[in-house]
Ligand binder design. Structure first.
Ligand code: GDP
Ligand code: IMO
Ligand code: MG
Length: 432
């Protein structure tokens, strides 16, 4: 029996989807434990090139069941669209399960996400505009609507009717809430009920008691993967608040959002990119606004999977990853996108930060985001390898300088790097 959590160790988009697709080959159950369709997990495998948002990345293995856990927030029409796209590619998704306890993302959550961002003006978070934050707000405020409610039309209509007057009051409270057609539609009781109940009928065959699914898998000694969304630096508690998401990407969130005892998680695999990227606002100490940053973006195809936004790129930040190691207790790290560094003469790695205000050196992430914003990276330099690594299939076949780079990151992280990837395809994952 083994349960492995796969967790993002940076600002998201580390390659969690490709790692889960790779590991799921020998998994019986994959559980997404948090976030919603703000995620964009790209999977490139022998079946094709896929962009997943809600559906877990083990979906391409027919014998692997894939559960959307109770910790996920689900936009039913968006999930149906994703299922349709997979069906068109030949995947019927009979192996998809949806926890009945998962909360729903409603059209008014999407609207409120947008209004809230507009109101923040220059202080905006740069959310994915998918309504994720407001959906979790309603969950915590104990007025959310869940998958189980959607399965009962009367119940769903009653809950919707009860919540909409409050939603309309909130919407009209935004200074610039111009009542466009889109605004009216997002609060239109009849339209929402029709669209959601229709989507609910499409999803009904997948709905299950998620906890029971997980429990039975544990009982049978099956191999379970817990698939994270985003990364530590955007965690609601530990990330760069307020530039965070509204859930917990770290393993603490995995137990809660998948429905299994924390002590049953046997291993936690961190996923880190060989450099740094982020989408959305907030401090990013190693960000590069020069040709090197552009080279990372172009060679790494660093454009958001969900929103198409260019990702902010920079050198590897060992302080941020070490912070994540301390919070998540990784058994090991999968280091992705090493090939993106193939063309560089010299590489930089931030081993600490320095505060220009008082000269203090930081080896962890400060709680104060305004402090963090002014910290400057303290770099060490390593030689590049200027060799194409995309054809390498073994650790030994990597150029010596590439191995030395990985070994230095391993030292700085304080945990083994067990996997290194040199391209997006399954075969381009090297196990050490
Ligand atoms: P996730 O959100 O953590 O699943 O990551 P994303 O899928 O959003 O972003 C990672 C991107 O990098 C995807 O487009 C992957 O196909 C791609 N990718 C993953 N691993 C590698 C790698 O080793 N090399 C290259 N060149 N691309 C990779
Ligand atoms: P995956 O799972 C990268 C970022 C947004 C914003 C912040 C809050 O593919 O790694 P939200 O819409 O969640 O309220 O936005 O989090 N963000 C992501 N960045 N990858 C993602 O998902 C993201 N999901 C949200 O850009 O900064
Ligand atoms: Mg992504």
């Amino acid at each position: 029996m083994s349960v492995i959590a796969v967790v993002g160790a940076q600002w998201g988009d580390e390659g969690k989807g490709r790692v889960v697709d790779y590991l799921a080959e020998s998994a019986d159950l994959v559980v997404r434990y948090g976030g919603g369709n703000n995620a964009g997990h790209t999977v490139v495998n022998p079946h094709g090139h896929f962009k997943l948002h809600l559906i877990p990345s083990g979906i391409f293995h027919a014998r692997t069941r894939n559960l959307l856990g109770n910790g996920v927030v689900i936009n039913p029409p968006a999930l149906v669209t994703e299922l349709d796209a997979l069906a068109a590619a030949g995947f019927t998704c009979d192996n998809l399960l949806i926890s009945d306890r998962a909360h729903l993302v409603m059209p008014y959550h999407v609207l409120l996400d947008q209004l809230d961002e507009r109101e923040r003006g220059s202080g905006k978070i740069g959310t994915t505009s998918r309504g994720i934050g407001p959906a979790y707000v309603d969950k915590v405020a104990r007025r959310g609507i869940r998958v189980v409610d959607l399965m009962d039309a009367d119940d769903f209509r009653n809950r919707l009717a009860a919540t909409l007057p409050r939603v309309r009051r909130m919407v009209s409270g935004y200074a610039d809430a111009d009542m466009t057609d889109a605004t009216a539609e997002a609060t239109d009781e009849g339209k929402i009920a029709d669209a959601y109940l229709a989507a609910g009928e499409r999803l009904r065959r997948h709905v299950a008691d998620g906890q029971q699914v997980v429990d039975e898998a544990l009982e049978r000694g099956e191999r379970i993967l817990l698939e994270g969304q985003l990364g530590t630096m955007r965690d609601i508690d530990w990330g760069i608040y307020p530039y965070v998401t509204s859930s917990s990407p770290i393993p603490g969130g995995a137990s809660l959002g998948a429905g299994l005892p924390a002590v049953r998680i046997d291993r936690v695999m961190g996923v880190a990119k060989a450099y740094t990227t982020a989408v959305g606002a907030g401090p990013l100490p190693t960000e590069l606004d020069d040709a090197a940053g552009e080279q990372l973006r172009e060679r790494g195809a660093e454009y958001g999977t969900s929103t198409g936004r260019p990702r902010r790129c920079g050198w590897y930040d060992a302080v941020a990853v070490r912070f994540s190691v301390r919070l998540a207790g990784y058994s090991s790290i999968a280091l992705t996108k090493l090939d993106v560094l193939d063309g560089f003469d010299r590489l930089r790695v931030a081993r600490a930060y320095r505060d220009p205000a008082d000269g203090r050196e930081w080896t962890t992430v400060p709680a104060s985001t305004s402090t963090y914003e002014r910290l400057e990276p303290v770099y060490e330099e390593l030689p590049g390898w200027r060799t194409d690594t995309t054809g390498c299939r073994t650790w030994q076949s990597l150029p010596a300088n590439a191995r030395a780079y990985v070994e230095r990151l391993e030292q700085l992280a304080g945990t083994p790097i067990s996997h290194v990837s040199v391209g997006p395809e399954r075969a381009q994952m090297i196990e050490r």
